[in-house]
Structures are given as structure tokens and as C-alpha cells.
Design a protein around this ligand. Structure first.
Ligand code: 1HN
Length: 347
């Protein structure tokens, strides 16, 4: 690999081959095959109280219908202008005001919703509606019709997580409008949860999708599970009590491109330093604490959102009470490709 500035003879050569759309590997190789991940993604934190006024102000500027999706994108400060929060994932805060509808469409990007504020607005996916509450994790599988509406009397805000940059990298985006604001509903509300999310499956169920058939993983159930498991006091030194959301059909992650997790850090718990190759987006659901990422320390509380880049050492502290953190990343993709790595700091 060449490290010095090329001499005149080499430069002239590069220019000649450049005319044939060729370039010498030895001038670029070091930047291509780095000894360990070097991400443009920076650690970042959004305090919900700071940004909430802007989300609501957007509601005065444009309707959900005109915008199609009224969302303020959370852009990683290291990648402004790229509509991404990590290299592979997109995140944004979506607002639906009472009486509004976000019209139906579908696309090959998968989406997750994590409810931040408000209760009782719905999202409809593939013929079924689910009413959403704070802390609910709701799935929108790729290429399914989806629309949202708010028949409650308060604004509703949720975090959208999509695999947009990943699909963009693969040049595999397709999208189309449904042609009406709302899709036709074919199943009763909460049918998917009863059918697939109750420790049961229809006896002759055959998988037709790479995505979990559970549509909404309600926070009430998740929280209760954590509270019960907490009694065993079996804390992972790096994660506290950390659970992954799974597809009940095959035990895989709930979504093919995004892994989702919920973790409980008991009051006063200080986790050991940890890093992994999946840049991760966290949302605090309950409690207050701190996360040190590299040289930075983030103080977080309920509804705050922060990002830990790929391969960045980090550790968490729960300060005032038990803390509950939701998180998501591209881990399923990395694991399927044999690329995912993690490291725990030696005790
Ligand atoms: C989308 O369809 C939604 O359905 C949210 O709520 C955000 C960002 C880009 C492209 C499609 C939604 C989106 C999106």
C-alpha cells in the first residue's frame, strides 16, 4: 500500500487509466479495508423536552395528509443531510394530531414504531388496526399497506425506525400509494396479538413472511415480564436484564433487518463496558441514568433518544430508579452475513 504522495510518473499513469474508469487500489486500500470499524456515525442524544416543541410546531405548518408522513428526521450529527441516524438506519419523530389520517401506502422498507407520547391513535397494517400506547413496539413489515389515524383527543408522537439507508445501499426500493386514505380492514383489532402473541399459534400455521406475525408488542406485557424476571436478580454485567423481541414462529428477531430489545437496569446498577458492531438507537422509557460513550457522557430520562455508534465502548448507569431502555439496530443483518462482533471489557 502506498502511503506517500505519488510522484509525477505515477500521477500521470493514474490520469491515463482514469480515462478508462480505473483507479489504483494501492492509493485507496487503507481507507477501504480498515483494521476495525471507523464510522462517520457520532454518539448523539436528543432530549425529548428540547425537541417536543418543534414536533408540535410542525403540526401547525403542515397536515399529516399533505406531508403524507409528518416526521422530523433525527439526523446523526456526523452524517447531516443523509436522513440517517446510524449508517444503516433511519429514525424520525412522527406526529399525528386528533382527527388526522396519514394516507395508506406501501414500500419495501420495513418500519418499526415505538410510541413516545399519547395513547389511542392507531396504525393499520395489512387489514388490521392496532391502538397504540406509550412503550408499545409496533411492526410494519416490508411491502404491507399501512396508514395511521388519531381518533383520540390528544397529539400522538412515536419514533419511526426504518431500514431506509440499507435498502438504499442495495438499490431495492419500491413504493406505491394505496389510492385511498385508509385501507379496507379485514380483521378485528388485536387479532394478531391473540393469534400469534399468546404462546399459541394456529395449528397448521405456515410462515409466509420474514417478519413476525405479531403486530404490536404491548409495553404492559413487556414491562410485567421484566418486573417478574427482575426478582431472580440475575444481572448480566454489561446489559442488566436485556431481552430481545422475537418472532414466535422461529425464534428469530421480530424483523429481518432490525433487532429490537428492551432492557431493565436496576436502580444503582453500573454496567461493564461493552461494544458491538451494530450502531444502536436507544429510547429511555422509564428512569433516569447516564450512558458513557467513548469520551462523552449522556444524561437521559424518559423519552430521550440516543445513539451508540458501531464499535464504540459504552456503559450505562441507572441513577434514580429502575431504568428501562428500548433499543434497535441492524444486528440481524450483520449476524446473517457473519459480520457481527461484540466485545466485553475484561473484568
Ligand atoms: C413511512 O412510510 C412512515 O408509514 C414513516 O409512518 C416514515 C420515512 C420514509 C419513508 C416512508 C410511516 C417514513 C416512511
Amino acid at each position: 500500500m502506498a502511503t506517500e504522495t505519488p510522484n509525477a510518473e505515477r500521477l500521470a499513469f493514474y490520469e491515463r487509466i482514469g480515462k478508462h474508469d480505473m483507479t489504483p487500489l494501492w492509493e485507496v486500500m487503507q481507507g477501504l479495508v480498515v483494521p476495525e470499524p471507523k464510522s462517520p456515525c457520532l454518539p448523539a442524544l436528543w432530549h425529548y423536552d428540547d425537541i417536543r416543541p418543534y414536533v408540535l410546531e410542525a403540526g401547525e405548518l403542515i397536515t399529516a395528509k399533505e406531508a403524507e408522513r409528518r416526521v422530523l428526521v433525527l439526523e446523526n450529527p456526523g452524517m447531516r443531510g443523509e436522513s440517517r441516524i446510524t449508517r444503516t438506519l433511519y429514525a424520525g419523530l412522527q406526529l399525528i394530531l386528533p382527527g388526522e389520517v396519514a394516507p395508506s401506502h406501501r414500500h419495501t422498507q420495513s418500519a418499526l414504531r415505538f410510541v413516545i407520547e399519547g395513547r389511542g391513535a392507531y396504525t393499520a397494517v395489512d387489514g388490521e388496526r392496532t391502538l397504540m400506547e406509550p412503550g408499545d413496539f409496533v411492526i410494519m413489515p416490508q411491502w404491507t399497506w399501512h396508514d395511521h389515524g388519531n381518533e383520540s383527543d390528544a397529539p400522538m408522537v412515536w419514533l419511526d425506525g426504518l431500514d431506509i439507508p440499507l435498502v438504499q445501499l442495495l438499490d431495492a426500493s419500491f413504493a406505491e400509494p394505496y389510492g385511498a386514505d385508509e385501507q379496507i380492514l379485514t380483521r378485528p383489532e388485536e387479532d394478531a396479538l391473540a393469534r400469534y402473541g399468546s404462546g399459541l399459534l394456529p395449528v397448521d400455521y405456515e410462515t409466509r413472511s420474514v417478519t413476525s406475525p405479531v403486530f404490536n408488542y404491548p409495553y404492559a406485557r413487556t414491562r410485567e415480564a421484566l418486573e417478574t424476571m427482575k426478582r431472580a436478580e440475575a444481572w448480566d454485567p454489561c446489559h442488566g436484564l436485556k431481552m430481545k423481541y422475537v418472532n414466535p414462529v422461529n425464534g428469530d428477531y421480530a424483523m429481518p433487518t432490525m433487532a429490537t430489545f428492551m432492557q431493565l437496569l436496576p436502580k444503582g446498577f453500573e454496567s461493564s463496558p461493552y461494544r458491538s458492531t451494530d450502531g444502536t438507537i436507544y429510547v429511555c422509557v422509564e428512569g433516569r441514568g447516564q450512558t458513557a460513550v467513548g469520551e462523552q457522557t449522556f444524561d437521559w430520562g424518559p423519552r430521550d433518544i440516543f445513539v451508540v455508534p458501531s464499535w464504540a465502548w459504552h456503559h450505562h448507569v441507572a441513577r434514580t430508579d429502575d431504568a428501562v431502555l428500548f433499543s434497535f439496530s441492524d444486528r440481524p443483518v450483520q449476524q446473517k452475513l457473519g459480520l457481527w462482533r461484540e466485545e466485553r471489557q475484561a473484568a
